[in-house]
Design a protein around this ligand. Structure first.
Ligand code: GRF
Length: 214
């Protein structure tokens, strides 16, 4: 069974969705850079081992990244799952974990990389918004896309209502992406795209869900 670590900084609802999905993988640890992250307690309640690597305790980004890498290696993890992890990792670190590092971002990348995605989507007046699970590359919120889910932006939406609609989809697509990884179904093409092997019609519906699928 594949061993993973989940990196969080806060609430950890994606982490909980991953745990609840009962995937064929072992969560070796949940690691947070924030000692007070509520997600840590949630993981402990489910018997998952937790660690804190507090970025404030390190002189610079490289020292923090080294400490993080050694925790991850100590767990024997083959895959690093970023789930609301709010620290930028150095290019070297990301390159060292290339192909073994995934992230979820609350927008339809490449639109709205960075912070405050729901606010920016509302300001831009887009009619469709969503979320993306992708392999991580050194460029922020960039990298081969594994799965996306789209939701409509409704006329009365505010940041909170839109975020809630997107989050429900995050909780669906992150476990799905990890399931495909566990099943060895993902192939990175030379052009840096992700191909789903042996895709059936049902899988295609998952990759491009209908917009009314809220
Ligand atoms: C999610 O919206 C995720 O897409 C983003 O940060 C948020 C984390 O939420 N990267 P949670 O901690 O998983 O509840």
């Amino acid at each position: 069974m594949k061993k993973i670590v989940i990196l969080i900084s806060g609430r950890g609802s994606n982490m909980q969705a991953i745990l609840a999905a009962r995937l064929p993988l072992e969560v070796a640890a949940v690691i947070s850079n924030e000692p007070s992250a509520p997600g840590l307690a949630a993981a402990e309640q489910q018997g998952i081992s937790t660690r804190v690597v507090d970025h404030r305790a390190y002189a610079d980004r490289a020292a923090f990244d080294a400490a993080l890498a050694s925790e991850i290696e100590g767990c024997g993890a083959e895959l690093v799952v970023l789930a609301g992890f709010m620290r930028i990792l150095t290019d070297e670190w990301v390159n060292r974990h290339r192909g073994r590092l995934v992230n979820i971002h609350p927008s339809l990348l490449p639109a709205f990389a960075g912070l405050h995605t729901h606010r920016r989507a509302l300001e831009a007046g887009v009619k469709v918004h969503g979320c993306t699970v992708h392999f991580v590359t050194p460029r922020l919120d960039h990298g081969p896309i594994i799965i996306q889910a789209a939701v409509p932006v409704l006329p009365d939406d505010d940041e909170e209502s839109l975020a809630a609609r997107v989050l429900a989809q995050e909780h669906r697509i992150y476990p799905q992406a990890l399931r495909w990884i566990c099943e060895g179904r993902l192939e990175l093409t030379p052009h840096g795209r992700v191909k789903l092997k042996h895709a059936q019609a049902a899988d295609r519906a998952l990759v491009s869900p209908a917009l009314d699928n809220t």
